[in-house]
Design a protein around this ligand. Structure first.
Ligand code: R5P
Length: 294
């Protein structure tokens, strides 16, 4: 039987990916009982089938129970394998016990997914102290990198870019993009004092005053990291920057604050559905899913 694709939370790439790979589009009912427990019913034949779930894991707490129940139900109904294509993978940043008494939630979340799904695809997960997903995930996995698509977008839209990464972790993305387009890049240092309180070092920007600054980060959440960097660029009289995030999570008024900070543009990939999506990940995800099911 044809492999079948589901999206429990209406991922924007559902139709596109199903059509590209000629996958059957699955149907299910997923709702809450009055007491907020989850009711889930799969309306398609599961026996012997390859099942793929496409859902990003931003705001993960409300999503995780339905996803785990879905995978368990599909397997109980005879599915051959149930894979998760989660363009944004949550809980990758608490990868260490920073203070006594904390949990290492990256590991606990990885256990939950590894115990229910058979394979995992994601786009540029936040790998910092963890270098490979295999260190915490026990299922086969594939990481898709957006650097090539970001590089193409920059080439098509920006003259004389200088790429700026706000912290050491960003060097992995920035250097890949910069190499791709032959642009200079700077990596800053960031100290995080709290969820909303970050300090970013001043870039040495004098040689690049005629360039367009392009800030690139994997995640934009509160946008404080970008906003702090933008302050430095403004005080150095740089041109208005373009901000690019692989995953635009945009908590509360983050997007508005960023737009009002004097940027030329805010651009994200469509791992998480948002008005700023300008970079389409579909071709990369299609190629990655193909590796698992054909
Ligand atoms: C963390 O190290 C990430 O790479 C991002 O820099 C961070 O998640 C951005 O967060 P925010 O937008 O809240 O400053």
């Amino acid at each position: 039987m044809n492999p079948i694709l589901y999206s429990l939370f209406n991922h924007p790439l559902f139709e596109d990916i199903a059509n590209h790979l000629n996958l059957e589009k699955g149907h299910l009912t997923c709702r809450e009982f009055p007491d907020e427990e989850i009711y889930l019913r799969i309306h398609d034949v599961m026996a012997g089938r390859e099942v793929i779930v496409l859902d990003s894991l931003e705001r993960p707490n409300r999503k995780i129970m339905p996803l785990l129940f879905f995978a368990k139900t599909a397997k109980a109904l005879g599915a051959k394998r149930v894979g998760l294509c989660a363009p944004y993978l949550a809980y990758m940043r608490q990868d260490k016990r920073f203070n006594p008494g904390e949990g290492i939630t990256s590991e606990y979340f990885a256990d939950l997914l590894s115990n229910s799904f058979d394979w995992l695809i994601t786009v540029d997960p936040h790998l910092h102290r963890i270098h490979k997903l295999d260190e915490i995930y026990s299922i086969p996995n594939d990481i898709v990198h957006a650097a090539g698509l970001i590089a193409t977008w920059i080439t098509q839209h920006i003259n004389a870019p200088v790429l700026i990464g706000p912290d050491m972790e960003s060097e992995q993305w920035i250097s890949a993009v910069a190499k791709n387009i032959g642009a200079p890049y700077l990596i800053l240092e960031k100290i995080r004092h709290g969820d909303q309180d970050v300090e970013v070092s001043k870039p040495i920007i004098q040689p690049y005053l005629k360039h367009t600054p392009v800030l690139v980060d994997d995640i934009i959440s509160t946008a404080k990291t970008m906003l702090e960097t933008i302050k430095h660029l403004k005080s150095a009289q740089m041109k208005p920057p373009v901000c690019i995030g692989v995953h635009g999570l945009f908590s509360r008024d983050a997007y508005q604050s960023l737009r009002e900070s004097g940027v030329a543009d805010v651009v994200t990939c469509n791992s998480v559905s948002h008005a700023s999506n300008q970079i389409d990940l579909a071709p990369l995800l299609v190629a990655s899913i193909r590796k698992f099911i054909f």
